[in-house]
Design a protein around this ligand. Structure first.
Ligand code: GAP
Length: 508
């Protein structure tokens, strides 16, 4: 997808009340966004779809809403104080700051796209007989690009795993990776940069202490593991799920709501018996992918990516990647977190954090499989995939947001054909009947075609039009967003039509 299309997505999100730059009247706050009147509805529907799939569909998963603040030792125990760093580098000429690993990754991407161009050029030239494997192993240019990519990936992963900042800089220098702004290779040394925001807690300067805004919601779950275990009489395996804000002082924040400094996560920690982590890791990989596919978005848009550099707490990890407008990127992480967090909280708090298994009569610290998805990234995935500009048979264009209807901000629009003859009264009555069950829009302004286009642009699945025939036989037309087909149904059947269409059990 082109940069042009991505710009269109960002401007559409603003123009139709989905996403606004935070503090726009003061020229904005970088990588912080606000959700507008339609955005908040879509966001709430995504939350609900996730929450239902976790809490309602699993007898052994319960919810939690833990505070954003927690005792500062939390972040020592979790390893975030010591290890939640990104390697940063500054260009001395442009004074711009970058993540060193991102600079190298972008460079690899560039070589990859040269390789892709070479492949498609030859594919066109050779036609049906083209064999990718033969081409990659015989074409001199392709061989060179391939080995460059592999060497760079190996070097980068080793440097990251060894926390070798000197080597990271050396890779940048050896490959003459230039600053995109100044075009120079005049770099500072690479330094570690902790991503946590800190703040003061307490009323007076003397008595206040340092606190951190949570960089992940997961720690609130670990801190409450014993509380939920005891009060919920939980038996392993069981999970705790929560949705909430997280904060990271990202070095570079770009790509709209993909990388934000304040964002929301939907996380679930699944507590299991040690030794069973492989089985449950596979189970959650499969379950989470099924959740994504249940929305009906094309399967080709998703792929798994195994982590080569593991986070400080994990013994296995992968991402579910989505093809965003700027390529395949992480949408959700699935991590086998071992007993790292619970054991460390036990050590730092000197409180016992264990599980007594009544069947095996043994006590142990549970292992954890985590599923963690960024709500804002999910929003971007759905939104960018849904935005379509269609050429119609009559030569005109329409812009339509084909959001999976279960997630659509507003479920239907009620439109009296004209503002007289009793039609607005019938329409208002219908709206009042539906409005507590669904988000419903009432619109009587402008010609009907223009009103349909307005609803298409915000992704409303159904337009219900009240016309003069309604006065005679109590029927209305329902126009379907994606096909634009219309049919007449009795006004008395509208509720059952909508409840069938939006029954979540047909989706999950
Ligand atoms: N508890 C594990 C954890 O936080 P992560 O891979 O760092 O793991 C999980 O983050 C998910 O949170 C990511 O897959 C992504 O969807 C989302 N996420 C992370 N950083 C983000 C950011 N700066 N802006 C928006 N979403 C972010």
């Amino acid at each position: 997808m082109s940069e042009e299309k991505f710009k269109k997505i960002i401007s559409h999100a603003k123009e139709y009340g989905f996403i606004f730059q935070s503090s726009e009247i003061y020229d904005g706050l970088s990588a912080v966004y606000d959700y507008g009147q339609n955005g908040v509805l879509l966001k709430n529907n995504i939350k609900n779809y996730w929450w239902k799939s976790m809490i309602n569909m699993n007898d052994n998963i319960v919810g939690l809403d833990s505070a954003i603040f927690s005792h500062p030792i939390t972040w020592k125990a979790s390893g975030h104080l010591d290890a939640f760093n990104d390697p940063l580098i500054d260009n001395k000429d442009s004074k711009k700051r970058y993540r060193a690993d991102n600079l190298i990754e972008d460079f690899i991407e560039k070589i990859q796209s040269k390789l892709n161009k070479e492949v498609s050029k030859n594919e066109k030239r050779i036609g049906e007989k083209f064999d990718l494997n033969i081409f990659l192993s015989t074409n001199e240019r392709a061989k060179k690009y391939n080995s460059q990519i592999n060497d760079l990936k190996l070097r980068l992963n080793k440097a990251l795993n060894d926390d070798n900042l000197t080597e990271l800089k050396q890779i940048i220098l050896d490959n003459n990776i230039l600053c995109p702004i100044s075009g120079s290779c005049n770099w500072t040394d690479v330094k570690q940069f902790n991503l946590m925001f800190n703040t003061k807690f307490g009323a007076s300067l003397e008595s206040s202490s340092d606190l951190y805004l949570r960089p992940e919601t997961a720690q609130g779950i670990f801190l409450n593991y014993m509380n939920v275990l005891k009060t919920g009489r939980m038996k392993i395996p069981f999970g705790i799920a929560q949705i909430g804000k997280a904060f990271r002082n990202e070095i570079i924040a770009r790509q709209f709501i993909f990388r934000m400094r304040e964002f929301e996560q939907m996380e679930m920690q699944f507590f299991i018996k040690p030794g069973e982590q492989k089985k449950w890791y596979e189970f959650w990989k499969e379950t989470r992918m099924k959740w994504h596919l249940s929305l009906g978005i094309n399967q080709d848009k998703y792929r798994f990516h195994n982590h080569e550099k593991l986070a400080h707490y994990a013994d296995a990890a992968c991402d579910i990647e989505f093809e965003f407008p700027f390529g395949f990127k992480e949408l959700e992480g699935i991590h086998s977190r071992t007993d790292f967090d619970l054991s460390n909280h036990e050590k730092f708090s000197s409180k016992q954090i264990k599980y007594f298994d009544p069947f095996d009569q043994e006590k142990y610290t549970p292992y954890v499989i985590e599923t963690s998805i960024g709500l804002d990234r999910m929003f971007l995935a759905v939104f960018s995939e849904s935005l379509n500009i269609e050429k119609l048979d009559d030569g005109t264009e329409r812009t339509v947001l084909k959001i999976p209807i279960i997630l659509a901000s507003n479920k239907c629009a009620i439109l009296p054909l004209v503002k007289k003859d009793g039609l607005p009264e019938i329409a208002t009555n219908l709206k009042d009947k539906l409005k507590l069950k669904y988000n419903v829009i009432y619109d009587e302004k402008d010609a009907i075609g223009k009103r349909y286009r307005r609803q298409d642009a915000i992704g409303t699945p159904y337009c219900i039009t009240i016309d003069h025939q309604t006065n005679q036989d109590k029927t209305v037309t329902i126009r379907e967003r994606d096909s634009m087909k219309q049919k007449r149904i009795s006004i008395d059947n509208i509720e059952s039509f909508l409840s069938k269409s939006f029954d979540i059990s047909n989706w999950l």
